[in-house]
Ligand binder design. Structure first.
Ligand SMILES: Nc1ncnc2c1ncn2[C@@H]1O[C@H](COP(=O)(O)OP(=O)(O)OP(=O)(O)O)[C@@H](O)[C@H]1O
Length: 248
């Protein structure tokens, strides 16, 4: 039997107020892949993520995750999202622990009472991102890099099959970037599929298996060697990008 692709988009078109942001996107990614998503500002990277999460209703086309339609994907919390910076009230009296526990909501009953297994997974996630000592901290008292790691821990706690990360390396130091990359490599090893939107083309060649070029549609996807050609980059960046050197 041929395994289902982890992410399967067929001819997906998304429009905002009748303006098309993503046209006819077709994509199939196998489980256990780390894939960079690159394109200029406004190219449609976030829209692609929203389509995979089911946050926007495509005017045409279909999205399946591990063979399941998005309604079932959402019910089973199969896709986790790590935002670049979330539109939250950072002054709200929430602790780091509370935010990471939100990753478990999809696995709880309607009373949302955490069980021992939930607390154990939250602890493990906080330890993975090295935030366990800060678990009682109010979320507004974290640095930018710590906030990113908190959202990463929430995604790990969710135990989703697909992780979507929006600019995870923007504004983080080298040590944190290395920590995040090592964690993502371990998640890939566990069979998860990871999409990372980034403007850093060079870093993609160091740890991504595949890359997707976006410019109002999916222009190309495949290995970096296949995709990072002068022609493709010219179409994606309208002449303003250079081919990154292998290995950064
Ligand atoms: N909610 C919205 N309503 C109307 N237009 C939107 C909305 N969200 C995005 N757009 C438009 O859709 C297009 C694609 O936006 P999108 O956010 O997907 O790009 P992006 O590649 O993620 O950009 P960036 O790199 O700047 O984050 C842009 O022209 C943007 O202005």
């Amino acid at each position: 039997m041929i395994p289902q692709p982890a992410i399967d988009l067929q001819n997906v078109t998304v429009a905002y107020h009748r303006t098309i942001a993503l046209y006819g996107a077709t994509l199939q990614l196998s489980a256990g892949t780390i894939c960079g998503v690159v394109g200029m500002n406004g190219a449609g990277k976030s829209t692609l993520f929203k389509a995979i999460m089911g946050f926007v209703q495509p005017v045409r086309g279909q999205v399946h995750i591990h063979g399941l339609p998005l309604r079932q994907v959402q019910r089973r919390s199969l896709v986790a999202y790590v935002p670049q910076s979330e539109d939250v009230d950072w002054q709200f009296p929430l602790r780091v622990w509370d935010v990471v526990m939100m990753g478990r909501y999809g696995k709880m009953n309607w009373l949302r009472q955490p069980r021992a297994a939930d607390r154990q997974r939250v602890r493990q996630s906080l330890e993975q991102v090295e935030l366990w000592p800060l678990r009682h901290r109010q979320i507004g008292e974290l640095s930018g890099g710590q906030k990113k790691r908190m959202f990463l821990a929430r995604a790990f706690a969710q135990e989703a099959a697909v992780l979507l990360l929006d600019e995870p390396f923007a504004g983080v130091d080298i040590k944190t970037e290395k920590l995040i990359i090592d964690l993502l490599l371990a998640e890939r090893q566990a069979g998860r599929t990871i999409l990372i939107s980034t403007h850093d083309l060079a870093s993609i060649t160091t740890f991504c298996d595949q890359v997707i070029l976006v410019n109002r549609s999916i222009l190309a996807y495949g290995t970096t060697a296949e995709v990072f050609t002068p022609e493709n980059l010219a179409r994606a960046f309208e002449g303003s990008a250079q081919i990154p050197r292998e290995g950064g």
